[in-house]
Design a protein around this ligand. Structure first.
Ligand code: ATP
Ligand code: MG
Length: 421
């Protein structure tokens, strides 16, 4: 893409009312626009990052047997009354509205009830199980505080997967497989080392649920971790009984601030009993289905990465989710130099390398500042000065080293993983 055609502008200052670092950086760099507290638009650069996060998650969910679908945002009151979750005193994040034709509707904050209801049309026999479905869906939640930028939106993108299993064993196998799939996702996003499978409150169904918590100062949660033993405990279940059952002692644990980037939950058979989702087992006996629910906060992951992977000059995207791999810059009025840059741009594109070409008529200082702010992994400069040094000036965003590579070696350099041999 040519930067002259990118309608978004970078800006020096974030809006005065924006308190969070992630949103400040993402707004300044032109990835998102703030509509109001907790509500953000995704601009083209932001969309690209979100699509990359989604694709990683999609690959991993498909790999465990998930089928992608998408459910509606508008939800029926009846679906939620069966389980007593329509009540605002029980679920405090509902957005609701009245229909002109009469009656109330809700804006989906979760989809456990609607999906269970829908599955009554598709599951009636043991032969129909298991079923694993997932979606990328915009959730709406009337969050009391929305001060963490895109890490806590009133409207945000979630991946939610649901498993419908025949018995506890089938459920448990899939649950464990999903923990591994989630770990692969966070590794691929580049936050695996700081993300912990965390014991958390299991609600009415099980002793524990499992959260995926990533260390960040911007997080709203606090957990206790032991890196060597790879144990993490949410403060909500941090008590002598939990410590004993996990075989750790207080002194071995370190308290850290984290953000919950994913959550998996076992509903047992309770929800399907409440909602009357039964299947006939081999003996023809009606049997309730085991339900599991598995969320990843897609927009929150982007926010956490912006928080963790940034410096005083701007964002520092990991390659796996960066909007482009290469930011190609050219300076000066020399037409030959510009043509050389344009040729490299086409060569990179033809080699299948995603490149943002700063072809704007602007000074080097401003272009370099923008490149740092936007945070694309490789900055490549085609200029008279670079040519004097023997080629294209290459600098990785996460390093201060500069190297010079002849234009005809740039593609193989990138294909070899950015090592100048
Ligand atoms: P939290 O405790 O942070 O409010 P939650 O327990 O309400 O999270 P879930 O209902 O399990 O979250 O949603 C699944 C995932 O969606 C969470 O793990 C989190 O990553 C993300 N998420 C939840 N609420 C928000 C929000 N308001 N904005 C952005 N992401 C969110
Ligand atoms: Mg919540």
């Amino acid at each position: 893409m040519k930067q002259s055609q990118l309608f978004t502008k970078t800006r020096k200052e974030a809006p005065r009312d924006e308190e969070s670092k992630n949103a400040q950086l993402l707004i300044r760099a032109g990835f998102i626009h703030k509509e109001m507290a907790g509500v953000y638009d995704l601009l083209p650069l932001g969309m690209k990052v979100i699509e990359k996060i989604k694709n990683i998650v999609r690959e991993e969910m498909n790999a465990v047997g998930g089928h992608e679908f998408i459910m509606s945002s508008l939800q029926s009151k009846d679906t939620w009354t069966d389980t007593n979750r329509w009540d605002d005193d029980i679920v405090d994040v509902w957005f609701k509205s009245k229909l002109h034709a009469g009656g109330e509707i809700g804006f989906g904050w979760s989809h456990e009830e609607p999906i269970t209801n829908m599955m009554k049309n598709h599951i009636s026999s043991y032969k129909d199980l298991p079923v694993y479905v997932y979606q990328f869906q915009t959730k709406m939640r009337n969050e009391l505080r929305a001060k963490s930028g895109i890490m806590r939106g009133r409207e945000f993108l979630m991946k939610d997967m649901y498993s419908f299993s025949i018995d506890e064993k089938q459920h448990e196998d899939f649950y464990q497989k999903t923990i591994q799939a989630y770990n692969r996702c966070y590794n691929r996003f580049g936050i695996g080392d700081d993300t912990f499978v965390t014991f958390a409150d299991g609600g009415a169904f099980t002793e524990f649920s499992h959260e995926f918590q990533t260390i960040t100062e911007a997080g709203e949660d606090e957990i206790y971790i032991n890196r060597e033993k790879n144990i993490a405990i949410n403060e909500e279940v941090y008590n002598p009984k939990t410590l004993k059952s996990l075989g750790v002692t207080e002194v071995e644990l370190e308290k850290v601030k984290t953000a919950e980037v994913g959550n998996i939950f076992n509903f047992g058979t309770k929800k399907c009993e409440e909602m009357k989702l039964y299947f006939n087992n081999k003996d023809g006996k009606p049997t309730p289905v085991f339900l599991g629910s598995y969320g990843i906060g897609i927009t929150r992951v982007m926010g956490v990465i912006a928080e963790k992977m940034s410096d005083e000059n701007g964002l520092v995207w990991p390659e796996s989710i960066a909007p482009f791999k290469v930011h190609l810059l050219t300076f000066g009025k020399n037409e030959n130099v510009f043509r050389e840059a344009e040729n490299l741009y086409h060569d990179l594109k033809n080699a299948g390398i995603e490149v943002l070409f700063d072809d704007r008529d602007m000074g080097p200082g401003q272009k370099m500042n923008d490149a740092d702010l936007i945070g694309i992994p490789y900055r490549m400069v085609v200029s008279e000065r670079a040519a004097e040094h023997g080629g294209v000036e290459v600098k990785k965003r996460n390093s201060s080293d500069v190297e010079y590579i002849s234009a005809d070696r740039v593609i193989s350099y990138l294909q070899e993983g950015g090592e100048n041999k």
